[in-house]
Design a protein around this ligand. Structure first.
Ligand SMILES: [Zn+2]
Length: 297
């Protein structure tokens, strides 16, 4: 999987817009080429029919010229031989025209055959491209739209131009990979909006919202308690650097020496569709929060 650094959500939105525009353009182009192919085939069909008629007409012309020449030669007698030179010339001329028409017909028929073979190859390519554009582009756009929404939610709805501080490691959007990135809560972000997106109660000391030591977080991909190695590693990195988001302790207090990824808002209190963030929690705060979640219910 390719990993790209996306410094700005705007870049993702541009990519999304670009994909939609690309899909539209591809459709328009495919339709135009299809019409052009049909026009070419129609024209070649018309040419073949035209030269078939010309060959038939030339054959009749040839028969008439030969009959006229033979009638001429049959006239007169031994003492008065007929003068049929111009009838003979007419036969030669008719034969020349017939040969030309036959050559033109062959050429048109071969061109038509060659174009049909090319069209056959093109049609296969075009239908693949059409399927790609019709099926995969909407999927890619959908994936991007979702990721933009996720990222926007972390910037607290800062409008266009809002930059996520720090690079977001991003699974290439088309692969619909799992995005795991570290986002920093810098001064650029509105703390109010971050808290409102996660807050449950008004109690400032509540563990049901990011604590006073919350500095960095990673986006939660689901509400489950199963965490990947990479999530564990990043949570530990944040925990050992900035401490438990609730109490600030850089000691996780666990036997495993791992911090406990804490969903904010807590999974139990998450509203449908609400996005969650992961912060490091020490063991004590994690246990304390469990009680609060149950109490809030
Ligand atoms: Zn703690």
């Amino acid at each position: 999987m390719t990993t790209v650094n996306v410094r700005s959500i705007d870049a993702l939105e541009e990519l999304q817009t670009g994909l939609i525009r690309y899909a539209d353009q591809a459709q328009v182009t495919l339709d135009a080429v299809q019409r052009e192919v049909q026009r070419t085939l129609d024209w070649l069909d018309e040419r073949v029919r035209h030269w078939q008629n010309e060959v038939r007409r030339s054959q009749e012309e040839m028969q008439r010229a030969r009959a006229a020449y033979e009638r001429c030669m049959a006239s007169g007698d031994r003492e008065h031989p007929p003068s049929c030179g111009h009838f003979e010339a007419a036969v030669y001329e008719a034969r020349r025209r017939l040969a030309q028409a036959e050559a033109d017909l062959r050429m048109a028929a071969e061109a038509r055959k060659a174009v049909l073979a090319e069209v056959d190859v093109y049609q296969r390519e075009a239908s693949r491209l059409r399927a790609l554009v019709q099926n995969d582009t909407p999927k890619a756009v959908e994936t991007l739209r979702y990721k933009v929404t996720v990222l926007r939610s972390y910037t607290g709805g800062i409008s266009a131009g809002g930059v996520v501080a720090g690079a977001v490691a991003f699974g290439a959007g088309l692969a619909a990979g799992t995005a795991v990135g570290v986002l920093h809560e810098t001064d650029n972000m509105s703390v109010d909006s971050l808290q409102s997106s996660a807050s449950v109660g008004d109690d400032a000391d509540s563990m049901l919202q990011p604590g006073p030591y919350a500095k960095e977080f990673i986006p939660a991909t689901d509400s489950g308690k199963q965490f990947s190695e990479i999530v564990r590693e990043q949570i530990d990195k944040i925990g050992y650097t900035h401490g438990c988001h609730s109490c600030g302790s850089t000691d996780p207090g666990t036997k495993s020496r791992h911090f406990i990824p804490d969903h904010q808002p807590p999974s139990a209190l998450r509203k449908p569709g609400q996005l969650q963030k992961l912060y490091p929690h020490c063991l004590a705060c994690s246990r304390s929060q469990g009680g609060q979640v149950r109490h809030a219910h």
